[in-house]
Design a protein around this ligand. Structure first.
Ligand code: WT7
Length: 662
């Protein structure tokens, strides 16, 4: 299949006009967790009490007395007065209910080794590691940073932190040393759990050296670092005085019993940093009661998870998708969750389908960027495997083009599995806009209606709701339990980033603005069009253009830089950089290499520029503003509009020629 076929399905207008629709298969509806469309009305009429249904999925040490506290809006509180522990809800209660021997985590290493943790095993190891953390001095409310790849010790560490009331802050293992240091500094985190390395395409990657490099830039004292030995003899490493071997500590604490700490519903469960429009990442704060209820409820209603299922989300736990839908949601429901360490095309392009077949996976949740890659590789890879165990498919992270949606529906789901296209964000904690798979008609390319109880509306620049058929800005006009509570140590930025745009502060009416553009149709289905801020979405990962620009202007020889997203067949968007060299410097391969390296050092390989274009000037308006739109059009290979309003129209042609050829 050619690259053009992978993505090319015409303009958005064209593709929505001839939109096909699909009904949920009968066989699915018959067994679905939610089948009655009256849930929409019920949630509307009984809002916010409707969210008790989410809280009821959990076991509370102390019942809450108020569902929603909006006294200090937009600093909302959910299930106030309630007490609970997330680790207890994900582990102990299932063991107590007789599920001790049910698999909780089925892990596949990249090299083919597997590990299964039953709920009983997982509880034991979580208790041993919780006891370890305590012994190291971790106290309630201390932030523990987790810088780990897809190994079982990552969810174990998360649950161990949750057990003793220490919020975790996971940093994606693919992020750079700098990114680790920035996050540890921001959170004032004195404890770190990491590993020696991991496997990528069969190679042993050294993760500990990168960790150590990052630790050098941490401004406060880091008291302890726990290191998982993932690579054994494949990587020689030595540990510093404050660094400890994970296995040794866990062995020492084997059999420990650690009472789950009863946490207030509003106590922080974790922090997750995400990119914004400034160079500083934002520490999104999630809570114990609201977040966990919402992760569990959406896992049940949208992913249709049942305890007897084998469920697999192929995201990385270092991102919010993995937090909510590999760890907390699925384990709260007592199901079996699959984890895979490696890449989808190692040793061959059928690796994921082999895992689906071997584990008889019922539910599979992935990202459009992955689906577009599968599509490019061809149907012969899934065709080699028995995928008949699958019942439901999901996607998340970026808009999915109808062509990729249909390919997924036909070639992975055999037209027997509903596909849920779930819109949400790090900040929302869980899914917000998507079909309920046992209830709604599916429209490829369109995420669906807002979930019951979620008040998402599309508005124009003045905040007025747009008519069906029109595009505007996506907003959420009522709070929901999974929402972020604030940005860590930065209430002001929390307000200015999310609430300033459309709220009426005087009237105490608060509107959440996720910074996405969207379109709504006659049936109330929302098609998300993408970010409207200076954030780009590469393979479903959010990157701030400012962050990348500041890395580039740090390279000597660079005078100015502009970074934009351009369309990419597989990644959705890719990083395009336009650079003005300083006087006396030559824009050539040397400088290009230094720029690429600087970006990888500051953020990580995911931010690696697709192209570095040197230009003596950037296209600017007469008032001196860089015309980013134009740079995006060049990067995406679009036709360029009128440039006559520019101060320097002549540079445009030159830049375009470098990118698009002539
Ligand atoms: C941004 C959030 C949610 C976990 C993964 C990303 C985009 C996400 C969809 C979707 C269209 C989507 C939005 C959103 N996005 N899901 N189904 N359709 N766009 O989390 O890094 O916080 O990014 O991803 O632009 O704002 P994130």
């Amino acid at each position: 299949m050619s690259e053009e076929d992978v993505r090319g399905d015409g303009g958005l207008e064209a593709r929505l006009e001839e939109q096909e629709t699909f009904e949920p298969p009968e066989s699915f509806v018959e067994q679905a967790n939610v089948t009655d469309e009256s849930i929409y009305e019920e949630f509307e009429e009984e809002w916010p009490q409707c969210w008790e249904q989410a809280a009821d999925l959990l076991e509370w040490d102390e019942p809450y007395d108020t569902v929603l506290e909006d006294e200090e809006a937009p600093f909302y509180e959910w299930f106030t007065g309630g007490n609970l522990n997330a680790s207890y809800n994900c582990l102990d209660r299932h063991v107590e209910d007789g599920a001790k021997n049910r698999a909780a985590i089925k892990w596949e290493g990249e090299l083919g080794e597997t590990r299964t943790y039953t709920y009983g095993d997982l509880l034991n190891e979580v208790e041993a590691f919780a006891a370890t953390l305590r012994d190291l001095g971790v106290e309630e409310d201390d932030v523990v940073t987790l810088y780990m790849p897809m190994i079982p010790e990552l969810p174990i560490a998360m649950l161990a932190c949750a057990r003793i009331g220490a919020p975790h802050s996971a940093v994606f293992a693919g992020f750079s040393a700098d990114a680790l240091a920035t996050r540890m500094n921001s959170a004032d985190s004195e404890y770190l759990v990491t590993c020696d390395g991991y496997y990528r395409r069969g190679d042993a990657l050294d993760h500990l050296s990168k960790t150590n490099e990052g630790l050098e830039d941490v401004e406060h004292e880091v008291s302890d670092v726990v290191v998982v030995d993932r690579l054994g003899d494949d990587l020689e490493h030595s540990l510093a005085d404050n660094q400890h071997d994970y296995d040794e500590l866990v062995d020492e604490h084997a059999g420990a019993s650690v009472e789950p700490v009863s946490r207030d519903a509003e106590d922080m469960l974790f922090l997750m940093y995400t990119s914004g429009t400034t160079g500083q990442p934002k520490g999104v704060k999630h809570t114990t009661g609201g977040y966990l209820s919402y992760a569990a409820w959406t896992s049940q209603a949208v992913l249709d998870i049942k305890p007897e299922d084998t469920y697999w989300c192929s995201a990385d736990i270092g991102w919010i998708t993995g937090h909510s839908y590999i760890v907390y949601g699925p384990l709260a429901l007592g199901t079996t969750t699959v984890m895979y360490e490696g890449t989808p095309d190692y040793p061959d392009k059928d690796r994921l389908w082999e895992i689906v077949e071997n584990h008889r996976v019922d539910i599979f949740y992935t990202a459009p960027t992955a689906i577009r890659a599968f599509m490019k590789w061809g149907a012969e890879y899934p065709d080699q495997h028995d995928l008949s165990s699958l019942r439901l498919l999901g996607t998340v992270g970026e808009p999915i083009n109808p062509r990729a949606w249909k390919w997924y529906y036909q070639n992975i789901g055999n037209e027997e599995c509903p596909v849920v296209d779930t819109w949400w964000q790090t900040e929302t904690g869980g899914m917000m806009v998507t079909t309920l798979p046992g209830v709604n008609t599916m429209k490829p390319g369109s995420a669906g209606p807002p979930l019951p109880g979620v008040d998402a509306r599309i508005v124009d620049a003045a905040g007025e709701e747009v008519e069906a058929g029109n595009a505007g800005y996506l907003t959420v006009q009522k709070p929901w339990p999974g929402m972020l509570r604030t940005l860590y140590n930065n209430d002001e930025r929390f307000i200015s980033e999310y609430w300033q745009e459309y709220s009426d502060e005087e009237a105490d009416e608060w509107v959440y603005f996720p910074e996405d553009g969207a379109k709504i149709d006659d049936d109330g289905y929302i098609t998300v069009l993408g970010r409207v801020d200076d954030v780009i979405n590469v393979s479903g990962h959010r990157l701030g253009t400012m962050e990348i620009e500041s890395a580039i202007v740090g390279v000597s020889g660079v005078a100015e830089a502009a970074v934009v997203g351009g369309e990419h067949d597989i990644k959705g968007e890719a990083v395009y950089t336009y650079v003005i060299p300083e006087d006396g410097y030559e824009g050539g391969d040397d400088l290009r290499e230094q720029i690429v390296e600087a970006v990888e050092d500051a953020i990580g390989p995911i931010a690696r520029p697709e192209e570095v274009v040197f230009t003596p000037e950037l296209p600017k308006t007469r008032s001196g503003k860089i015309m980013r739109r134009l740079l995006e059009d060049i990067a995406s290979g679009n036709e360029l509009g009128n440039t006559s309003t520019l101060r320097n129209p002549e540079v445009v042609e030159d830049i375009a020629e470098q990118v698009q050829g002539d």
